[in-house]
Design a protein. Structure first.
Length: 278
């Protein structure tokens, strides 16, 4: 078929994404993106360190971020997102702001981080008390709680896996189980941390079961990045993504708690043998 008369592909708006070297969920990020937007991803250089506060600091060094944003600049993104929760909360509120400034100055475009996007999303929902789920070790989870406390957000309950690598292999069943464990107090929302933890298909079920907004690291990152260029993120039955005119529409009946979404890949080993990160 002759396609020359079409004049080329549909024009695309660009969103740049800087991810840690071990990020494995490119496909998940794309699921929140409408057809007229393209993601341009790059990764930080590899370092032989397991997931920890030390690694979070290494993958968020300002010069590393500047180099990544300069590389993305060739594709002319309208906004750049740093897609790593731990890397963007490890320095507290001031550290997160400094990262955004370093990226913006390097690329001359607006920049944001996952942890900054989380606070923006919580403010949007009016959520000051949250339940927290992470795949991290206790020390990294505690650092996230400290970041949230600095921003005036109270953690009412938490659950974590204690992993140090291969987080992207965690099945939805484990995410759902952790969520149920974490929601033990009067929370306004649930946050599932780590951009390397799959969450897209689990969010609607958890919102229906827990009857509260459910946020995830990848979700808030894409929501904030797209919002920054005046575009709505796409995703079924996710409270954060409801447009004002759709906010009062009741979603259809979701699966029961006993019908958790099944993972799309083989399950990893038992928790004590799993290792993972971001």
């Amino acid at each position: 078929m002759d396609v020359s008369f079409l004049g080329g592909p549909r024009p695309q708006r660009g969103v740049g994404v800087v991810a840690p070297f071990d990020f494995a969920l490119d496909r998940e990020l794309w699921r929140w993106v409408p057809d007229n937007v393209s993601l341009r991803l790059t990764r930080t250089p590899y370092v032989p360190v397991e997931v920890s506060l030390d690694l979070a600091r290494l993958v968020s060094e300002h010069e590393t971020l500047r180099d990544a944003v300069r590389a993305l600049g060739v594709s002319e993104p309208e906004v750049v997102a740093y897609a790593c929760t731990s890397g963007s909360f490890v320095g507290g509120l001031a550290g997160e702001r400094a990262m955004c400034e370093a990226m913006s100055s390097a690329g001359e475009v607006p920049s944001l981080t996952t942890s900054g996007a989380l606070l923006e999303a919580l403010d949007e929902l009016g959520a000051g008390r949250i339940a927290l789920v992470t795949p991290y070790t206790e020390s990294v989870t505690q650092a996230l709680e400290e970041y949230l406390a600095e921003a005036g957000v109270t953690v009412t309950g938490r659950a974590f896996l204690g992993l140090t690598r291969h987080i992207w292999k965690v099945p939805y069943r484990s995410v759902v189980d952790m969520a149920r464990q974490a929601v033990v107090g009067a929370a306004d929302a649930l946050f599932i941390s780590c951009t390397n933890l799959p969450t897209y298909d689990a969010i609607p079920q958890l919102e229906a079961e827990l009857r509260m907004p459910v946020l995830s690291a990848n979700q808030v990152t894409m929501w904030a990045a797209l919002r920054g260029i005046g575009v709505h993120a796409v995703g079924p039955y996710q409270a954060l993504l409801l447009q004002p005119e759709a906010a009062e529409v009741e979603p259809p009946q979701m699966p029961s708690a006993h019908q958790a979404p099944q993972p799309q890949q083989a399950q990893p080993a038992q928790p004590e043998e799993q290792e993972g990160w971001t």
